[in-house]
Design a protein around this ligand. Structure first.
Ligand code: NAI
Ligand code: AKG
Length: 456
């Protein structure tokens, strides 16, 4: 099957033809198919009003990355053994700016995972309004249990191939699962050594002392909570006094918890891949940061040190009664069973800090039950938006204050929320349909730029 001869079909047929083709051309990439399906399912009303998108084959072009590279990453472990991993960078769309998106180091990474994440990035980055295109990359390297020296050698080898594809005007990676300021530091150092240039804007998420931006570390988690606050406000609610659960205990989760507390909620639980932590007194963020960021230990170490906390290895963090939930770990972690439990326990809003953490079935249950649901494309866009702010500071060789940067993040999240809601109201008559609003809102910005730039 090819991507041809679809422009005379009504939009729903057009969408299914494109979907069939995507499945055919990328067999086995189930999470990529899932991400494409979710976006395309929302686009019918736009395609009906704008046949020019169909004629210009915008959907077909959006689903095909501009470029993708896969490469060998050989490195030597501490015992002197040679290890070989696979590296990826998928440069999805540059209609709005340089390719932009994080790098994930996790043993589950494969091409389909990176393509799903890169595809999501197209719409998310467009929603930020910050002039950034979309890409994603990573490796099946597992940092768990590696020494600092092993992490450095891996990062250096990874960048020794990847550097030729990067550049402040070309492709600008950042962090994601398994990649934080330590890994970005090793990659930046190796990039600088190879190109013999201090090209600050080639990576974001850098340390504040070496051309990084204030608030980038905090931005994704803070942003997801700002988005949650905006959703609650549409029903006259606030976060004050709310019980919250957060999944994950990495970068996004930690700062979601910190901001939720700052806005008056009490986060009573978070999780890692081995289980979850319940702390009815509210998670102690300083202790959590010490355990996860400094000691790089498991959550059980937190429970061992705090009387009000227990670490549970059966069931799910989403089984706990709460008013709001923030899934901040990984894709498809919140399924129909979890959604049913959350709804039964009275959850009022869910804001996705992770990328696609809720399965389609779970999203449908939330929507049917009238639970406010903020999809990751909109709700977790604060991270990449602040990366764009970092690029702006790097280009101007300046550094804004914490207050200036954080206030820009807050305004961007409010704008994303309002734009998503207004788009949903225009195209679906249901302002609460943030899923459609985010997909359509991001799509229109990218599609218009692609139309203007011709067939490229
Ligand atoms: N770091 C960022 O700025 C952004 C991250 N995201 C998304 O947020 C999510 C979390 O990313 P980070 O906090 O940056 O990563 P991280 O590496 O700091 O933390 C990842 C967390 O997820 C858990 N986790 C990872 N894989 C898992 C699995 N297979 N099963 C159960 N738990 C698992 C880990 O235990 C850890 O708590 C990911 O979906 C990522 O794509 C989205 C936007 C920006
Ligand atoms: O800051 C960035 O460039 C990327 C953040 C990211 O990977 C994401 O939004 O999922």
């Amino acid at each position: 099957m090819t991507l041809l001869d679809t422009d005379t079909l009504p939009s729903t047929d057009h969408v299914s033809v494109v979907l069939r083709s995507v499945r055919h051309r990328s067999p086995g990439e189930s999470v990529f198919h899932q991400a494409v399906e979710e976006v395309l399912a929302a686009l019918g009303p736009v395609l009906d009003r704008h046949p020019e998108y169909v004629e210009a084959r915008i959907l077909e072009r959006l689903c095909e990355p501009e470029r993708q590279v896969m490469f060998r990453v050989p490195w030597v472990d501490d015992t002197g053994q040679v290890q070989v991993n696979r590296g990826y960078r998928v440069e999805f769309n540059s209609a709005l700016g340089p390719f932009k998106g994080g790098l994930r180091f996790h043993p589950t990474v494969d091409l389909g995972v990176i393509r799903f994440l890169g595809f999501e990035q197209i719409f998310k980055n467009a929603l930020t309004g910050q002039g950034i295109g979309a890409g994603k990359g990573g490796s099946d390297f597992d940092p768990a249990g590696c020494s600092d020296a092993e992490i450095m050698r891996f990062c250096q080898s990874f960048v020794t191939e990847l550097y030729r594809h990067l550049g402040e005007h070309t492709d600008v990676p950042a962090g994601d699962i398994g990649v934080g300021v330590r890994e970005l530091g090793y990659m930046f150092g190796q990039y600088k050594r190879i190109v013999n240039r201090f090209e600050a804007g080639v990576l974001t998420g850098k340390g504040v002392g070496w051309a990084g931006s204030h608030a980038r570390t905090e931005a994704t988690g803070y942003g997801a909570v700002y988005f949650l606050r905006e959703m609650l406000a549409t029903r006259g609610g606030t976060l004050e006094g709310r019980r919250a659960v957060v999944s994950g205990s990495g970068n996004v989760a930690i700062y979601a918890i910190e901001k939720a507390h700052a806005l008056g909620a009490t986060v009573i639980a978070c999780s890692d891949s081995g289980g979850f932590l319940v702390d009815d007194a509210g998670i102690d963020v300083d202790l959590l940061k010490d355990v996860k960021e400094v000691r790089r230990a498991r959550l059980s170490a937190y429970a061992a040190e705090r009387r009000s906390a227990t670490y549970v290895t059966t069931g799910s963090v989403f089984d706990l009664p709460c008013d709001v939930a923030l899934p901040c770990a990984t894709q498809n972690e919140l399924g129909e069973q979890h959604a049913t439990a959350l709804i039964r326990n009275g959850v009022q809003a869910v804001s996705e800090g992770a990328n696609m953490p809720c399965t389609p079935g779970a999203v449908a249950l939330f929507r049917d039950a009238g639970v406010l649901f903020g999809p990751g494309k909109a709700a977790n866009a604060g991270g990449v938006a602040t990366s764009a702010l970092e690029m702006q500071q790097n280009a101007a060789r300046t550094s804004w204050t914490w207050a200036e940067t954080e206030s820009r993040l807050e305004n961007i999240m409010r704008d994303i929320h309002d734009h998503t809601r207004a788009t949903a109201a225009t195209y679906t008559d249901d302002a609460d349909n943030y899923v459609a609003g985010a997909a359509i809102g991001g799509f229109i910005r990218v599609a218009d730029a692609m139309l203007a730039q011709g067939v490229v």
